[in-house]
Design a protein around this ligand. Structure first.
Ligand code: CMP
Length: 131
């Protein structure tokens, strides 16, 4: 996902260009907005964390871009491309270093495993939207 902060700040095009330049194929893509209930469900794994309410409010406050990406070694390579959760710790040249504003408003989300990528893909896209 490209998160609400990066969409608000006009970074959709630049972030998608960084993703395709890094060799990812976009197989699904949409601009959409999560409801509060959607954001709660998507981040349910974090519901006991102190930042959960803040995260749900943030993720539902404006449009996001959802995408399914394909590449060899995609999970690891995408996490390298986006950089550390906290932009202050993200490496130079990463998406979060360039476009994130804080540990919470950190511009992008990437799935952390193939299993979660399948779950998160089904959350955002119907089968006929996956190419
Ligand atoms: P993401 O990779 O989408 O996964 C969980 C999200 O929780 C994370 O990016 C941040 O947006 C948010 N997050 C993680 N740690 C914190 C924190 N300490 N304070 C606020 N938000 C956080």
């Amino acid at each position: 996902m490209i998160k609400p902060d990066a969409v608000e700040n006009g970074h959709i095009g630049n972030i998608l260009a960084m993703i395709t330049d890094a060799g990812f194929k976009i197989v699904s893509l949409k601009l959409t907005q999560l409801t509060v209930a959607d954001a709660k469900e998507f981040y349910a794994v974090h519901k006991e964390r102190p930042f959960y309410d803040e995260l749900v409010t943030f993720m539902s406050r404006g449009p996001i871009v959802a995408a399914i990406l394909e590449k060899d070694n995609a999970i690891e390579d995408f996490r390298t491309l986006i950089g550390a959760t906290n932009p202050a710790e993200a490496a130079e040249g990463t998406i979060r270093k360039k476009y994130a504003t804080s540990i919470g408003e950190n511009a992008v989300h990437g799935s952390d495993s193939d299993e979660n990528a399948a779950i998160e893909s089904a959350f955002h896209f119907a089968g006929r939207e996956q190419f």
